[in-house]
Ligand binder design. Structure first.
Ligand SMILES: NC(=O)c1ccc[n+]([C@@H]2O[C@H](COP(=O)([O-])OP(=O)(O)OC[C@H]3O[C@@H](n4cnc5c(N)ncnc54)[C@H](O)[C@@H]3O)[C@@H](O)[C@H]2O)c1
Length: 373
């Protein structure tokens, strides 16, 4: 253990600093402050200081800074929660690791395999815990699907499917010019690539073929926007997967997964807010979920609670959660598929994942029957 890493006793909460207090960072900040008893939000860093001041005052956080280096070097902080824009992730992971902080980082871990590898090497040398924000693994329905797969309900996976339809409006995508090129693969479909990898345990993605276009905002295509994509992924066990995404679903936020195999099929997800369904003269109706922080409210909380439990256990020198959170291998495997998909969409040709990175399958996970996480 580094001299910079404070042991955490049974009764002391893990002291967390948030880096990046935008859309998802603010939600995570509320989770740490109000929904995770083993953690305490002690500091927030974001160059947009007025927004930080408002969040800090609402959540009664004492330390704020415009510079992430301040919270990373703070000896009173145990762990950082990185929710800054993707281009800063790998540098922030490496800096936090060198300071002995445990790291929860939103996806993607980096924008290239090289920069992610540098960050993961720094984390490994420091011996810290690193977990990435692949929250779908913590959604009750997706976790149940994985347990069914582990229990043999599907047999040998043959066809997999994962989709993301981000909520939209009739006015279309707000500020399409401000969406960085590659976002649909690196920040949206990366969730689907991780889900597919995770629902096909023991296999690695081998070949990727992607088709993408700007169908929602065609005028932004020349600026690099892609808002609609379909990606096929073939796996080392022969399974064939399809991932698809669109940025403007008028009916709400729609995330689904499916695994079909030699013994059956499991499905998970969907946009319905509850199972209440109305049957009237007008037809059949149901409310839909509109925001990611509503659909994944509990999953976002569960992933952070899991991270905090792992940090607390490591620092206390006691056994941690039985199932590891999504770590460096998972972040790397999903990023490799995303980068292969980006290249395939540009060239129109299939891309071997090995040409992007040599991958290894993530460690098999332990999923006791009935384990809700
Ligand atoms: N897991 C999920 O479901 C999920 C959902 C939304 C966003 N995300 C990811 O979270 C990250 C942030 O997304 P967002 O939608 O919250 O973006 P956002 O633009 O709303 O927030 C980003 C924040 O980071 C701040 N920032 C800019 N540069 C910074 C720096 N160098 N250091 C610290 N903070 C800095 C900005 O001022 C802003 O407040 C992205 O990587 C995104 O892909 C994940």
């Amino acid at each position: 253990m580094s001299y910079l890493q404070h042991p955490v006793s049974e009764d002391r909460p893990v002291r967390v600093a948030l880096i990046g207090a935008g859309w998802i960072g603010s939600f995570h900040a509320e989770s740490v402050a109000h929904r995770i008893p083993n953690a305490r939000l002690d500091a927030i860093a974001d160059p947009a200081l007025p927004a930080v001041e408002a969040l800090a005052s609402r959540l009664r956080v004492g330390k704020i800074s415009a510079d992430p280096a301040d919270v990373i070097s703070d000896p009173e902080i145990d762990a950082v929660l990185i929710a800054a824009p993707a281009r800063f992730h790998s540098g922030l992971i490496a800096a936090a690791a060198r300071a002995g902080k445990d790291v929860f980082c939103e996806k993607p871990g980096g924008r290239t395999i090289e920069e992610l590898d540098e960050a993961l090497e720094a984390a490994e040398s420091a011996g810290i815990t690193v977990q990435f924000g692949f929250n779908r693994r913590y959604a009750a329905d997706f976790a149940a699907a994985r347990r069914l797969i582990d229990g043999g309900s599907v047999g040998v996976p043959q066809l997999l499917r994962s989709l993301t339809r981000d909520p939209g409006t009739v006015a279309g995508i707000a500020n399409p010019d401000r969406i960085p090129p590659g976002t649909i693969f690196l920040e949206t479909l990366i969730h689907d690539f991780d889900t597919l990898n995770w629902l096909n345990p023991g296999a690695v993605p081998v070949r990727v073929h992607a088709i993408a276009d700007a169908l929602v905002a065609p005028d932004a295509k020349d600026g690099g926007l892609l808002d609609t994509a379909v990606v096929t992924v073939t796996y080392s066990n022969g399974a064939i997967a399809v991932a698809e995404a669109n940025f403007n679903a008028l009916y709400g936020y729609d995330v689904r997964g499916e695994v079909f195999g030699s013994a059956g099929m499991v499905t998970a997800g969907g946009p319905q807010a509850t199972s209440a369904t109305s049957y009237t003269a007008a037809g059949i109706g149901a409310d839909t979920v509109r925001l990611n922080v509503d659909l994944f409210h509990d999953a976002y909380t569960a992933e952070l609670a899991h991270f905090v439990d792992a940090v607390k256990a490591r620092r206390a020198g006691v056994p941690g959660p039985a199932t590891p959170g999504p770590g460096g291998t998972d972040a790397r495997n999903a990023l490799a598929v995303a980068l292969a998909a980006l290249r395939s969409a540009e060239t129109g040709l299939p891309v071997d994942v090995a040409s992007v990175a040599e991958l290894r399958a993530a460690e098999p996970e332990f999923h006791p029957v009935g384990d809700g996480a």
